[in-house]
Ligand binder design. Structure first.
Ligand SMILES: [Zn+2]
Length: 98
């Protein structure tokens, strides 16, 4: 596993609280006005803010299209448990750009 991915996983775990009843990992940091967790990341170009559940999907599940949509199967917008996240990628048709 890429060390950066492991770091991201650790950060997501450290930034969320397990709900023993639902199994949800509830985001415990910034929250957007629409009710989704937010995470600030840095890369070569600077810092940017992303939805916490999307980053969790990338960190734990795998690659995601830049415009890919991830939603929570549990319906909790603050949840970042990768087991509760599904990618809503549109059906293939357009070649993926890298
Ligand atoms: Zn959940």
């Amino acid at each position: 596993m890429h060390p950066r991915q492991k770091k991201l996983q650790d950060r997501i775990k450290a930034s969320s609280i397990r709900d023993p009843e639902t199994g949800c990992w509830l985001w415990n940091r910034q929250v957007s006005h629409s009710g989704y967790g937010k995470i600030t990341l840095a890369d070569e170009t600077g810092t940017f803010t992303e939805s916490a559940h999307r980053i969790s999907y990338v960190a734990f599940v795998g690659r995601l299209r830049r415009d890919g949509v991830v939603r929570q199967t549990c319906g909790n917008r603050l949840c970042v448990n990768p087991d509760h996240l599904v990618s809503m990628d549109p059906p293939p048709g357009e070649p993926e750009k890298t």
